[in-house]
Design a protein. Structure first.
Length: 659
């Protein structure tokens, strides 16, 4: 006898197969494009996510190696290490394939979440039956949105998609538990667990998962109404107090922790904007995100948004005020729809809830497309529900309902096809490093980063052969990037690097340009990496240029307030190996530890310098501190090497610790 649930299972499997296949077909052309931008510090240049074998020490070291966050995002870094081991080395294609799988899994979870929400809000059997159709449409639309492409093909943004896997799992579990409760069942503890556990796990991938309880509060407010069941208006006070504790207490603690720092000018010292100009600018940016999600164009989705001109006043530019009014209007209209179209309200509030973390007071870069990975779910839900609601009204109110009732769905399908076509085109461009660089440079002609990346792609294509036709193209692109307003030292550094590697004359104006920018602009992580790359190239005897110019450039950067420990450590190595100034090298190693006392790499280097100078008592103290930081044995190799060096010094009688 055939199971009555078999058709339901087959239907779901068919839907899931379609979602996964569509995702693979659209994104697969982008598998071959290599690593870009922040992939380098997090993966390519991060030796700890490239373990030679699987052991507890290597896995802990990988998990704690991310430079992107103080919380280290250990789960994401761990997956990079596992990818590395599984493929026997760095393989961007396999890492992107993992990202595509994660994206498809998120789409599957979203399908089930949308189905549950649409069915819960259904008013009759026909709406209940059509819920799957609208859930499929909405999940497919989200999977193929161009604004989400960077969370898939930009390898390091696995952090975003992995974190949201836990967010969506938590939301689906919460909604499912609350529906059972509304139907007369039990499940308060189960509902609470679906928020607490995924939040903790997701935060280990990326901090954006801390917003899961806020998303759930939106669901509770606009869908379930804190009620015990659907027939009663009696409030379930357990949920009220639960949200007070899970959201209110962390909010107070968080503001107490970061609040004073946000008002400190030094916090914003590495940015070219202030707290006030950031808040003004985000009004325009968040409104842009909405338009880029609903009506995407290649020109808007340019990956690099460093050409964005920040707002310095409500009327400078005037679009600042109009954007703020537009956002307030959207929120007001969504609020007014909460009774007759609560899923529209839920979607809009999900969108804004997502941007409370990255679009408000934290001193992050102003614009990034991947910040909309969850926010775009809110937009898709709001638009889908609005179209579904319009379809129902046309079916019941129009004498031509047989003709027009599918019109809203057709509009939605047309928007989805447009979005999918743009995503497929962009994924195709991501297929090779050179095609990606050329595409993004064409999309962002005023973007210094886009023009720099084009020049860098040409350098790689030249293979450092002076007679390659790509050399002239690289120089043209890099000099164009260097001349753009707001450009960093990246372009000049790349020119010095390229000409130094090719043993060609390095122009003095490139050094002067770097020094001028470093003296006038905040010193960023990218600047640190640029100087470190030049120093490493010289130390490895790959580049030839006057090291006096590099020394002068280092000193200009180090004269700025709030210089990073990384830059100090890099200059210390340069001082030791190139300048042969041991006193300067010693001081820089010490200052790096002072600047970042919780980062073991700087302390290991400082201990090495101490042992080399015979300061063995202080070296022993540093070893003791390092042993306390040896979580899971991740520092055992460094500690063993330091102990051997220390013992050798003692045997040779070179201890000057009593001096």
């Amino acid at each position: 006898m055939q199971s009555p649930n078999l058709p339901k299972v087959v239907r779901h499997l068919s839907v899931l197969t379609a979602l996964v296949l569509a995702t693979i077909v659209v994104y697969a052309p982008g598998l071959g494009g290599g690593f870009v931008f922040d992939d380098y510090p997090n993966i390519v240049d991060n030796a700890q996510v490239q373990p030679q074998s699987l052991s507890l020490a290597s896995l802990v070291g990988a998990a704690m190696s991310s430079p992107s966050s103080e919380l280290k995002r250990p789960l994401s870094s761990l997956t990079f290490a596992l990818d590395y081991v599984a493929n026997g080395g760095l393989n961007s294609s396999s890492m992107k394939a993992t990202n595509i799988v994660l994206h498809a899994m998120n789409g599957v979870l979203l399908y089930f979440l949308f189905t549950a929400l649409f069915r819960f809000r259904a008013r009759d059997e026909r709406e209940w039956a059509n819920a799957i159709l609208w859930a499929v449409f909405a999940a497919m639309a989200w999977l193929l949105l161009p604004i989400n492409l960077t969370a898939v093909l930009y390898v390091v943004q696995r952090m975003e998609s992995l974190a949201n896997l836990f967010v969506l799992a938590g939301l689906f579990g919460y909604v499912h538990s609350r529906i059972r409760m509304q139907q007369g069942g039990q499940g308060f503890l189960q509902s609470a667990t679906w928020l607490v556990v995924p939040t903790l796990l997701g935060t280990a991938a990326k901090e954006t998962s801390v917003l899961l309880p806020l998303y759930a509060l939106c669901v509770e407010s606009f869908v379930f109404g804190f009620r015990l069941d659907r027939q009663s208006f009696k409030v379930d006070w357990r949920f009220v107090w639960f949200y007070v504790v899970i959201l209110g207490v962390p909010l107070v603690v968080g503001l107490t922790w970061i609040g004073p720092g946000l008002l400190d000018a030094r916090t914003w010292g590495t940015r070219n904007f202030t707290l006030w100009t950031r808040l003004l600018s985000e009004a325009r940016i968040v409104l842009d995100y909405i338009s880029w999600t609903v009506f995407p164009t290649a020109g808007n989705l340019s990956f690099y948004h460093d050409a964005f001109v920040q707002s310095t006043g409500w009327l400078n530019p005037p679009s600042t005020l109009w954007s703020a009014i537009g956002l307030a209007t959207i929120i007001g209209l969504a609020w007014s729809a909460r009774n007759h179209a609560p899923l529209v309200t839920l979607g809009v509030f999900w969108f804004f809830a997502c941007h409370t973390l990255t679009g408000t007071v934290l001193p992050l870069e102003l614009v990034y497309e991947h910040r909309n990975y969850f926010a775009s779910i809110g937009i898709v839900l709001a638009v889908s529900e609005a179209l579904r609601y319009a379809s129902v009204r046309l079916s019941t109110a129009s004498k031509y309902h047989l003709t027009f009732r599918h019109l809203p769905l057709m509009v939605g399908i047309a928007l989805t096809i447009w979005a999918a076509a743009l995503t497929a085109r962009t994924a195709q461009a991501w297929g090779t490093p050179l095609s990606l660089a050329e595409e993004l440079a064409a999309r962002g002609p005023e973007s210094p980063r886009a023009q720099y990346e084009l020049g860098r792609a040409y350098i790689i294509a030249s293979r450092y052969e002076p007679d390659s036709p790509y050399v002239a193209k690289a120089r043209e692109a890099l000099e164009r990037a260097a001349a753009l307003p707001g450009s960093s030292i990246l372009a000049e550094q790349a020119l010095v690097f390229m000409y130094g590697r090719m043993n060609l004359p390095v122009r003095s104006e490139w050094w002067i340009g770097m020094q001028r920018k470093l003296s006038q602009q905040p010193v960023t992580v990218q600047d640190d990496s640029s100087l470190l790359a030049l120093a490493t190239c010289v130390e490895q005897e790959l580049c030839r240029f006057d090291t006096t110019d590099l020394d002068k450039t280092f000193r200009v950067a180090l004269a700025k307030p709030g210089v990073s420990a990384r830059l100090k450590a890099a200059y210390g190595i340069f001082a030791s190996q190139i300048l042969h100034d041991d006193g300067l090298a010693f001081r820089m190693a010490q200052e790096a530890v002072t600047a970042a006392p919780d980062e073991p790499a700087y302390r290991v280097h400082y201990a090495q310098v101490l042992i080399a100078h015979g300061e063995l008592n202080e070296a022993r103290r540093q070893l003791t501190v390092l042993e306390s930081m040896n979580m899971g044995g991740r520092l055992e190799g460094d500690l063993s090497s330091l102990r051997n060096r220390l013992e050798a010094k003692i045997r040779n009688g070179e201890d000057s610790g009593e001096r």
